[in-house]
Ligand binder design. Structure first.
Ligand code: TYM
Length: 338
């Protein structure tokens, strides 16, 4: 069964979004709108509650991510935009996948190990089963392509393993596609501004480690000015960035924001030190990021309109998901009609 090319991706509403979320994911979601593939983008609120979320903040953060999608250029006429909990087919398929996935597979997930920390006994069962819900998000649409940052690679490999095992167990070749991860661009892994060995993350205790999409011009400029670097000038080619994690990160951010390749950025700045490069990067970041924050504020002034867009997207998502879920139920041998 050849599968219709279809893009799906999701972002958690937990804390404010970072430049990493933008460059690794959302900016690329927008670019895929013109690809000819159907695009489905989801605020994954059920994933967020695998760790404690204050209910009011969760509601606000869900609208915040939806507003960020819209402000970055997701067009609800071109893409389906909704929040996960409004389409119960995700959790219905997730249960089936909980019965397909093996404990040994889940035990290997590095994100669970990171998030659960030392006291694993105290982690929620939802955090452990998280990747099965993620596979369901994707496969309930039979999505063929999933744009994500590099940190989600292992989860997407697991999604393929779940699809392959389901297809094999139920003797249904090609029932679910083996989804292709789309990990790329010049910034698939944006690193912390304070430590080039750590990913830029909304959960880092230091706000100076990240640029938030809601930061104002002064905050962006200050964070870039204070970003950790080395004393060497910029090299002529990307190979010269080897072993210089902080320098490579800033060049990658510049490239992704400007739409250039790292080669092109270095062709312009080779031989210059960070004293010259950082102000240019700050100027570019302010120019690209602050209009997003302004547009988000404008959209968030009318939460009813955001809820309407999410509700409309959920209906359109459901129209695709429910027939695939029903076919899955029949394949598994579950009796049911809706
Ligand atoms: P989340 O919410 O942590 O991040 C959303 C997206 O942003 C990317 N990202 C980054 N990319 C580059 N550099 C960084 N520093 C950086 N930080 C975050 C992530 O890779 C991701 O693409 N499990 C997912 C959400 C999810 C999902 C899905 C994704 C749930 N269901 C189905 C794809 C398909 C997550 O926690 O992303």
């Amino acid at each position: 069964m050849p599968h219709t090319p279809r893009v799906f991706s999701g972002v958690q509403p937990s804390g404010s979004l970072t430049l990493g979320n933008y460059l690794g994911a959302i900016k690329r979601f927008v670019e895929l709108q013109g690809s000819g593939m159907e695009t489905i983008y989801c605020v994954v609120d059920l994933h967020a509650i695998t760790v404690w979320q204050d209910p009011k903040e969760l509601t606000a953060a869900t609208r915040g991510v939806a507003a960020a999608f819209l402000a970055c250029g997701i067009d609800p006429k071109k893409s389906i935009l909704f929040n996960q909990s409004q389409v119960p087919a995700h959790t219905q398929l997730a249960w089936i996948f909980n019965c397909v996935v093996r404990l040994g597979w889940l035990n290997r997930m590095t994100q669970f190990k990171d998030k659960a920390g030392k006291d694993r006994e105290a982690a929620s069962a939802g955090l452990y089963a998280y990747p099965a819900l993620m596979a369901a998000d994707i496969l309930v649409y039979r999505a063929t392509h999933v744009p994500v940052g590099e940190d989600q690679k292992q989860h997407l490999e697991l999604t393929r393993d779940i699809a392959a095992k389901f297809n094999n167990d139920f003797d249904a070749p090609d029932f679910f596609p083996l989804t292709e991860p789309l990990i790329g661009g010049p910034a698939p892994r944006v690193m912390s501004l304070r430590d080039g060995s750590k990913k830029m993350s909304k959960s880092d205790p230091s706000d100076m480690s990240r640029i938030n999409l809601t930061d104002d011009a002064d905050a962006i400029a200050q964070k870039i000015r204070k970003a950790r670097t080395d004393p060497e000038p910029l090299p002529e080619t990307p190979e010269g960035l080897e072993g210089r994690a902080e320098a490579r990160n800033l060049v990658g951010i510049y490239a992704a924001l400007s739409g250039l390749t790292a080669e092109q950025v270095l062709a312009e700045y080779a031989g210059q030190g960070f004293g010259a490069f950082k102000p240019k990067l700050a100027e570019l970041a302010v120019e690209k990021i602050t209009p997003i924050a302004d547009e988000m504020r404008r959209l968030l002034a009318d939460p009813g309109e955001i809820d309407r867009i999410l509700g409309d997207g959920a209906k359109r998502a459901e129209a695709i998901a429910v027939p695939i879920l029903e076919e899955t139920y029949r394949t598994v041998g579950l009796i049911g009609s809706r």
